[in-house]
Design a protein around this ligand. Sequence first.
Ligand SMILES: [Zn+2]
Length: 236
Amino acid sequence: MQEKLQLLKELQGLDLELINIRESRKEIEKEQALLNADLERIQSMVSSLVSEIEGLQTERRELGRALDQEQDNVEKAEGRLPSIKTQKEYVAVLKEVDTAKKLNKEIEDRILAKDSEIEVLERDREEKQQELADLMARVESRQAEISGALGGFDKTLDEKAVQRESLLQGLATQLRKRYQLLLDRRNGIAVVEARNGACLGCNMHLPPQLFNSLYTATEVLTCPHCNRLLYIENGQ
Ligand SMILES: [Zn+2]
């Protein structure tokens, strides 16, 4: 009987270790996912800045071409002036030149505005690229640690699973099933100590007769409140 309880206690201890290891493993996987999400976030910020800058540069080139065209028009119109015969035509061409020059000024202003817009975004992009490079360096070194830790956890989990299997083999099928069921339903705690007349699993008082029979029982007894398997420490 004591042997059976000893085995159950060992199994319970092992299962608690397994639960803790799985929990730690999950935490570190969560950290890994967060790091990757951070990387993706900054990467997508950089690429949207890049495409925004490209769009502005295309507009900037179009404005440049429009300016060239208008300057051409001004030169052509001014070139015509010396050969003009009538006052009326002269005035008309001057007006044409004036309009074209105004338009040029407008285009130049738009080019300047576009250039400063591009400059701001370029600075933004450089900043974000630096941030990305820093984060990548950090993620890379942390990633190596994470991989190492995950590998370690998996190795330990495998080893403990083998130990667990061999402990389970020592239990009768019925008891093994009860243990597993309780483990699943009672938050990973299936085997608990009874002390001072109470179950330490649910902290409820045990009927005195049940508590007393824990000293002499030949079968594993269970708490009537939480159904957990009970043991009593020797010398109590
Ligand atoms: Zn209980």
